[in-house]
Design a protein around this ligand. Structure first.
Ligand code: DOR
Ligand code: ZN
Length: 339
């Protein structure tokens, strides 16, 4: 008989669900296998009002297709949110996502200055209200150095607001791993692709647009540092796929959109990676328990069983006139969802 594994309450604490037809295509792929996910707010226009937030929640619920799934939504950071506004929506959101202006997809209206004084009004209210801050931590510098250059900004926010829970999203460097334990209020999410690939996989041979994302995958020593803290179940890191679907024609284009679409194969590949590293006992920490402790919530009871059986990843996910290419398209992976 094939080996199986049952995962409890798997959570994806960083994902892009988009809207409209793309939402309808991708949301069920996550809702099928995860107990919950943190949904990023970088729509066009981004979610900055209660009205937009509530109607997005409704659209997600209509699109998800599986009842046993909780979508945790976020709003897009603005430096001048009032305390009253944040107090009013506090129970509707799990966090607020901060994007420096222009560093990634749909971040044009992000913050133009990372000067702590300018950010303070909102950060102070968040700290008082206990709303976590999720951060896309990249500068506008040289592409390989953007995350490293952002470290002093994390340090200044973490020390100025010791009661604020700060999540360094999708970390890609040893520099970020090294910073993690320096501040008690600093945490991190790690994607699937950054546990596997380096820049060589993206651009070392033929250019691989479906592996292009921001932050870009870095050096082997960076990838190894991420893998180490993930498989050891480090208490301050959690899984956030950053699954970021873009239509096929926008990836296979001159001017390729940033984002790797991993939602349908994330669990299978995490099991594969943790098994390869003899760390299956730590998978529930990375995939569920740490996130529940860091964000202070209790996930719904949901288990999902995987079987050690080869699975050829579809070349395309297609519905509602949307086409998206997943990571590992047409390749064989070694774990499958139980049918
Ligand atoms: O590669 C990325 N894609 N990185 C991000 O930060 C945003 C995401 C997207 O929304 O497509
Ligand atoms: Zn993201």
């Amino acid at each position: 008989m094939s080996k199986t594994i049952t995962l409890n309450q798997p959570l994806d604490m960083h994902i892009h669900f988009r809207d409209d037809d793309m939402l309808k295509l991708v949301a069920p792929l996550t809702a099928k296998t995860f107990a919950g996910a943190l949904i990023m707010p970088n729509l066009v226009p981004p979610i900055t009002t209660k009205e937009a937030l509530m109607s997005y929640k409704k659209r997600i619920k209509e699109a998800q297709g599986f009842e046993d799934f909780e979508a945790f939504v976020t709003i897009f950071f603005q430096a001048d949110y009032s305390y009253e506004f944040l107090a009013d929506i506090k129970d509707e959101i799990i966090g607020i996502k901060l994007y420096p202006a222009g560093v990634t997809t749909n971040s044009e209206t992000g913050v133009s200055s990372m000067d702590i004084k300018a950010l303070s009004p909102t950060l102070e209210s968040m700290s008082k209200l206990g709303i976590p801050l999720c951060v896309h931590g990249e500068t506008n510098g040289f592409v390989m150095d953007r995350e490293k250059e952002f470290m002093p900004i994390y340090e200044s926010i973490a020390s100025a607001f010791p009661d604020l829970t700060i999540i360094m999203e999708h970390i890609t460097t040893k520099a970020a791993v090294d910073l993690l334990d320096k501040y008690p209020n600093l945490y991190a999410s790690i994607t699937l692709q950054h546990l596997i690939i380096t820049l060589d996989d993206v651009a070392g041979g033929m250019l691989k647009p479906h592996l292009f994302c921001k932050p870009i995958a870095k050096r082997p020593e960076d990838r190894d540092a991420l893998l180490k803290i993930a498989v050891e179940g480090h208490p301050k890191v959690m899984f956030g796929s950053d699954s970021a679907p873009h239509p096929k024609h926008k990836k296979e284009a001159c001017g390729c959109a940033a984002g790797v679409f991993t939602a349908p194969i994330a669990l299978q590949m995490l099991v594969q990676i943790f098994e390869e590293n003899n760390a299956l006992d730590n998978l529930d920490k990375f995939l569920s328990l740490n996130a529940q402790r860091i964000y202070k919530f209790k996930a719904i009871d949901k288990t999902i069983t995987l079987v050690k059986k080869d699975y050829v990843v579809p070349s395309l996910y297609e519905a509602f006139s949307q086409k998206v290419v997943p990571m590992f398209a047409d390749e064989t992976i070694h774990w499958s969802l139980e049918q």
